[in-house]
Design a protein around this ligand. Structure first.
Ligand code: SAM
Length: 202
Protein backbone atom coordinates (compact mmCIF):
# COMPACT_ATOMS: atom_id res chain seq x y z
CA UNK A 1 0.00 0.00 0.00
CA UNK A 2 1.31 3.47 -0.90
CA UNK A 3 1.43 6.05 1.85
CA UNK A 4 1.84 9.81 1.64
CA UNK A 5 5.63 9.76 1.75
CA UNK A 6 5.70 7.16 -1.07
CA UNK A 7 3.64 9.59 -3.14
CA UNK A 8 6.07 12.40 -2.38
CA UNK A 9 9.11 10.27 -3.12
CA UNK A 10 7.67 9.24 -6.47
CA UNK A 11 6.86 12.84 -7.44
CA UNK A 12 10.25 14.09 -6.28
CA UNK A 13 12.14 11.36 -8.17
CA UNK A 14 10.11 11.97 -11.31
CA UNK A 15 10.66 15.73 -11.33
CA UNK A 16 14.24 15.70 -10.00
CA UNK A 17 15.20 13.72 -13.10
CA UNK A 18 13.53 16.35 -15.31
CA UNK A 19 14.37 19.59 -13.47
CA UNK A 20 17.58 20.57 -15.28
CA UNK A 21 16.09 20.54 -18.77
CA UNK A 22 12.44 21.28 -17.90
CA UNK A 23 12.43 24.76 -19.42
CA UNK A 24 14.41 23.80 -22.52
CA UNK A 25 11.93 21.00 -23.28
CA UNK A 26 9.09 23.52 -23.51
CA UNK A 27 10.73 26.73 -24.76
CA UNK A 28 7.64 28.17 -26.50
CA UNK A 29 5.12 27.96 -23.65
CA UNK A 30 5.65 31.48 -22.30
CA UNK A 31 2.77 33.19 -24.14
CA UNK A 32 0.35 30.41 -23.11
CA UNK A 33 1.25 30.93 -19.43
CA UNK A 34 0.85 34.71 -19.80
CA UNK A 35 -2.58 34.27 -21.43
CA UNK A 36 -3.75 31.87 -18.69
CA UNK A 37 -2.59 34.27 -15.98
CA UNK A 38 -4.46 37.08 -17.75
CA UNK A 39 -7.64 34.96 -17.61
CA UNK A 40 -7.28 34.74 -13.82
CA UNK A 41 -7.96 38.53 -13.75
CA UNK A 42 -5.64 39.36 -10.89
CA UNK A 43 -5.53 42.90 -9.61
CA UNK A 44 -2.70 45.13 -8.47
CA UNK A 45 -1.80 44.18 -4.89
CA UNK A 46 -3.34 40.67 -4.99
CA UNK A 47 -1.76 37.72 -3.16
CA UNK A 48 -1.34 34.71 -5.43
CA UNK A 49 0.13 31.24 -5.02
CA UNK A 50 1.62 29.23 -7.89
CA UNK A 51 0.88 25.73 -6.55
CA UNK A 52 3.38 23.18 -7.85
CA UNK A 53 5.37 26.03 -9.40
CA UNK A 54 8.20 23.79 -10.64
CA UNK A 55 10.83 25.96 -12.32
CA UNK A 56 8.60 29.01 -11.83
CA UNK A 57 7.54 29.57 -15.42
CA UNK A 58 4.34 31.33 -14.27
CA UNK A 59 6.03 33.60 -11.74
CA UNK A 60 6.99 36.44 -14.14
CA UNK A 61 3.43 36.90 -15.52
CA UNK A 62 1.96 36.51 -12.02
CA UNK A 63 4.26 39.25 -10.72
CA UNK A 64 3.43 41.45 -13.71
CA UNK A 65 -0.29 40.99 -12.91
CA UNK A 66 -0.14 41.85 -9.19
CA UNK A 67 2.60 44.49 -9.43
CA UNK A 68 5.22 45.34 -6.83
CA UNK A 69 2.64 45.72 -4.04
CA UNK A 70 1.28 42.19 -4.59
CA UNK A 71 2.49 38.92 -3.11
CA UNK A 72 3.63 36.06 -5.34
CA UNK A 73 4.46 32.68 -3.79
CA UNK A 74 5.68 29.58 -5.59
CA UNK A 75 5.31 26.30 -3.70
CA UNK A 76 6.76 22.98 -4.80
CA UNK A 77 7.82 19.81 -3.03
CA UNK A 78 10.70 18.95 -5.38
CA UNK A 79 13.88 20.79 -4.31
CA UNK A 80 15.52 20.31 -7.72
CA UNK A 81 12.66 22.14 -9.46
CA UNK A 82 12.98 25.04 -7.01
CA UNK A 83 16.76 25.12 -7.53
CA UNK A 84 16.19 25.34 -11.29
CA UNK A 85 13.67 28.15 -10.64
CA UNK A 86 16.25 30.09 -8.64
CA UNK A 87 18.97 29.45 -11.23
CA UNK A 88 16.64 30.88 -13.88
CA UNK A 89 16.20 34.00 -11.71
CA UNK A 90 12.50 33.35 -11.11
CA UNK A 91 12.97 34.03 -7.39
CA UNK A 92 13.12 37.72 -8.41
CA UNK A 93 9.40 37.49 -9.22
CA UNK A 94 8.12 35.57 -6.22
CA UNK A 95 9.08 33.83 -3.01
CA UNK A 96 9.88 30.13 -3.48
CA UNK A 97 8.62 27.74 -0.80
CA UNK A 98 9.60 24.10 -0.40
CA UNK A 99 6.12 22.93 0.57
CA UNK A 100 3.46 20.34 -0.10
CA UNK A 101 0.26 21.90 -1.40
CA UNK A 102 -1.68 19.36 0.69
CA UNK A 103 -0.50 21.20 3.84
CA UNK A 104 0.10 24.82 2.95
CA UNK A 105 2.18 26.85 5.40
CA UNK A 106 -0.34 29.69 5.02
CA UNK A 107 -3.15 31.18 7.09
CA UNK A 108 -6.70 30.38 6.01
CA UNK A 109 -8.10 32.89 3.54
CA UNK A 110 -4.76 34.64 3.11
CA UNK A 111 -4.69 34.35 -0.71
CA UNK A 112 -6.73 36.00 -3.46
CA UNK A 113 -5.94 33.34 -6.04
CA UNK A 114 -4.16 30.09 -6.83
CA UNK A 115 -2.61 29.26 -10.18
CA UNK A 116 -1.77 25.57 -10.68
CA UNK A 117 -0.16 24.42 -13.93
CA UNK A 118 0.31 20.72 -14.54
CA UNK A 119 -0.36 19.94 -10.90
CA UNK A 120 -3.69 18.23 -10.48
CA UNK A 121 -2.72 14.96 -12.19
CA UNK A 122 0.05 14.52 -9.62
CA UNK A 123 -2.07 14.99 -6.52
CA UNK A 124 -2.59 11.76 -4.54
CA UNK A 125 -5.92 12.83 -3.01
CA UNK A 126 -7.32 15.46 -5.39
CA UNK A 127 -10.46 16.31 -3.38
CA UNK A 128 -8.54 16.77 -0.12
CA UNK A 129 -5.74 18.63 -1.87
CA UNK A 130 -8.09 20.99 -3.73
CA UNK A 131 -9.89 21.60 -0.41
CA UNK A 132 -6.58 22.62 1.14
CA UNK A 133 -6.04 25.08 -1.71
CA UNK A 134 -9.55 26.41 -1.04
CA UNK A 135 -8.67 26.83 2.65
CA UNK A 136 -5.84 29.16 1.69
CA UNK A 137 -8.06 31.37 -0.47
CA UNK A 138 -10.59 34.00 0.69
CA UNK A 139 -14.25 33.61 -0.26
CA UNK A 140 -14.70 34.86 -3.83
CA UNK A 141 -11.01 34.21 -4.60
CA UNK A 142 -10.11 32.28 -7.73
CA UNK A 143 -8.37 29.14 -8.95
CA UNK A 144 -6.87 28.38 -12.36
CA UNK A 145 -6.06 24.78 -13.27
CA UNK A 146 -3.93 25.14 -16.37
CA UNK A 147 -1.91 23.07 -18.79
CA UNK A 148 -0.27 24.46 -21.94
CA UNK A 149 -1.47 21.36 -23.84
CA UNK A 150 -5.05 20.07 -23.93
CA UNK A 151 -5.99 16.64 -22.63
CA UNK A 152 -6.09 14.85 -25.99
CA UNK A 153 -2.80 16.33 -27.21
CA UNK A 154 -1.10 15.51 -23.91
CA UNK A 155 -2.35 11.93 -23.97
CA UNK A 156 -1.05 11.56 -27.55
CA UNK A 157 2.33 12.99 -26.52
CA UNK A 158 2.50 10.49 -23.66
CA UNK A 159 1.33 7.56 -25.81
CA UNK A 160 -1.85 6.86 -23.83
CA UNK A 161 -5.58 7.15 -24.35
CA UNK A 162 -7.91 9.35 -22.34
CA UNK A 163 -10.20 7.24 -20.18
CA UNK A 164 -13.66 8.34 -18.98
CA UNK A 165 -12.41 8.49 -15.40
CA UNK A 166 -9.88 11.21 -16.35
CA UNK A 167 -9.92 13.67 -13.46
CA UNK A 168 -9.77 16.67 -15.77
CA UNK A 169 -12.75 15.65 -17.93
CA UNK A 170 -15.43 18.28 -17.39
CA UNK A 171 -18.06 15.86 -15.98
CA UNK A 172 -15.50 14.69 -13.39
CA UNK A 173 -13.78 17.99 -12.63
CA UNK A 174 -16.91 20.08 -12.01
CA UNK A 175 -18.24 17.90 -9.14
CA UNK A 176 -14.72 17.33 -7.79
CA UNK A 177 -14.25 21.09 -7.50
CA UNK A 178 -17.72 21.50 -5.99
CA UNK A 179 -16.89 18.90 -3.31
CA UNK A 180 -13.68 20.79 -2.54
CA UNK A 181 -15.07 24.28 -1.96
CA UNK A 182 -14.86 25.59 -5.54
CA UNK A 183 -17.46 26.50 -8.17
CA UNK A 184 -16.19 25.98 -11.70
CA UNK A 185 -16.87 29.07 -13.81
CA UNK A 186 -15.26 28.15 -17.12
CA UNK A 187 -13.68 25.16 -18.82
CA UNK A 188 -11.59 25.03 -21.99
CA UNK A 189 -9.92 21.88 -23.30
CA UNK A 190 -8.33 22.55 -26.69
CA UNK A 191 -5.14 21.19 -28.25
CA UNK A 192 -3.31 24.41 -27.38
CA UNK A 193 -4.52 24.79 -23.79
CA UNK A 194 -6.40 23.32 -20.88
CA UNK A 195 -7.83 25.90 -18.50
CA UNK A 196 -10.47 25.44 -15.81
CA UNK A 197 -11.33 28.48 -13.70
CA UNK A 198 -13.16 28.30 -10.40
CA UNK A 199 -14.32 30.61 -7.62
CA UNK A 200 -13.95 29.91 -3.90
CA UNK A 201 -17.40 29.40 -2.39
CA UNK A 202 -18.38 31.14 0.81
C1 SAM B 1 4.18 19.04 -14.38
S1 SAM B 1 5.15 19.93 -13.21
C2 SAM B 1 4.61 21.58 -13.55
C3 SAM B 1 5.56 22.62 -13.03
C4 SAM B 1 5.14 24.06 -13.34
N1 SAM B 1 3.86 24.38 -12.73
C5 SAM B 1 5.06 24.29 -14.83
O1 SAM B 1 3.95 24.50 -15.33
O2 SAM B 1 6.11 24.27 -15.49
C6 SAM B 1 4.32 19.54 -11.66
C7 SAM B 1 5.03 20.13 -10.44
O3 SAM B 1 4.19 19.92 -9.31
C8 SAM B 1 5.01 19.58 -8.21
N2 SAM B 1 4.16 18.87 -7.24
C9 SAM B 1 3.53 17.68 -7.40
N3 SAM B 1 2.82 17.37 -6.29
C10 SAM B 1 3.00 18.40 -5.43
C11 SAM B 1 2.53 18.67 -4.11
N4 SAM B 1 1.73 17.81 -3.45
N5 SAM B 1 2.91 19.82 -3.49
C12 SAM B 1 3.74 20.70 -4.14
N6 SAM B 1 4.21 20.49 -5.40
C13 SAM B 1 3.85 19.36 -6.03
C14 SAM B 1 6.13 18.76 -8.80
O4 SAM B 1 7.25 18.72 -7.96
C15 SAM B 1 6.37 19.50 -10.12
O5 SAM B 1 7.36 20.49 -9.98
Amino acid sequence: MRNMSDDHTHVQEFFTARAADWDSRFPDDGPAYAAAVADLRLREGDRVLDAGCGTGRALPPLRAAVGPSGVVLGADLTPAMLRAAAEAGRDRHGRLLLADVSALPLRSGSLDAVFAAGLIAHLPRPADNLRELARGVRGGGTLALFHPVGRAALAARQGRRITPDDLRAEPNLRPLLARSGWRMTSYVDEDARFLALAVREG
